[in-house]
Design a protein around this ligand. Structure first.
Ligand SMILES: [Zn+2]
Length: 168
C-alpha cells in the first residue's frame, strides 16, 4: 500500500477516535505552516529529495510529510507521483508562486496566504490582485477535513466553528 493511501486512511478515518484525529490534524496544521514559511524564504529554490529525506529535513514524521505532499501537489510546477510514491521516491517542492498563493486563498487559509514570508515575493498590490482573481474564479478548496469542534488550523487555539469555520 502506498504511503498516500496510508495517510488518507488515517487522516480521514471516520471510525477513528475523534480526539486522536483532532490531535493529529492540529499537529499537522502547525507543521504545515512551518514548512510553508520555510519554503517561502527561498521561493526560487527547488527543494528535492526522497519523501523520507524531506521528512527529516523538516523534522516531521513520514505521514505528515506525505500529507504535506498531498496538499501542495496542485501548486507544483512539476507535480509528484503522489498516488504511487513510497518513502524512497524522489519528490520535489518546486512550487508556482502565484498558484500556491491562490490555492491558499481558495482554501480560506489566511494563516498561510497571510504569512509574512509572502511579503518580499509579492507586494501588497500584487497580493490583492491574486486574491481578487481567485475569489472571482469561484473555486473553493476545503483545507482538509475539519469538524466544527476541532481546533482551528490557524493555530489560534479556538474551535474551528468559532474561528475560521464561522462563515463556512
Ligand atoms: Zn482560525
Amino acid at each position: 500500500m502506498g504511503i498516500l493511501k496510508q495517510w488518507r486512511d488515517r487522516a480521514y478515518d471516520e471510525k477513528a477516535n475523534r480526539g486522536e484525529i483532532q490531535r493529529m490534524w492540529s499537529a499537522y496544521f502547525a507543521k504545515e505552516k512551518e514548512i510553508y514559511a520555510d519554503l517561502l524564504k527561498n521561493p526560487d529554490e527547488v527543494v528535492t529529495g526522497t519523501v523520507k529525506e524531506l521528512a527529516d529535513k523538516y523534522n516531521v514524521d513520514l505521514m505528515t510529510m506525505t500529507g504535506f505532499l498531498d496538499g501542495i501537489n496542485d501548486s507544483l510546477v512539476n507535480p509528484n507521483p503522489i498516488e504511487e510514491m513510497e518513502e524512497d521516491t524522489v519528490v520535489n517542492l518546486g512550487f508556482d508562486k502565484e498558484r500556491l498563493y491562490k490555492n491558499m486563498v481558495a482554501a480560506g487559509a489566511d494563516w498561510l496566504y497571510g504569512l509574512e514570508e509572502w511579503e518580499p515575493i509579492f507586494d501588497e498590490e500584487k497580493r490583492k490582485e491574486l486574491y481578487k482573481e481567485q475569489k472571482e474564479s469561484g473555486t473553493v478548496r476545503k483545507p482538509a477535513k475539519i469538524y466544527p469542534n476541532d481546533p482551528c488550523p490557524c493555530g489560534s487555539g479556538k474551535k474551528y466553528k468559532k474561528c475560521h469555520g464561522k462563515n463556512r
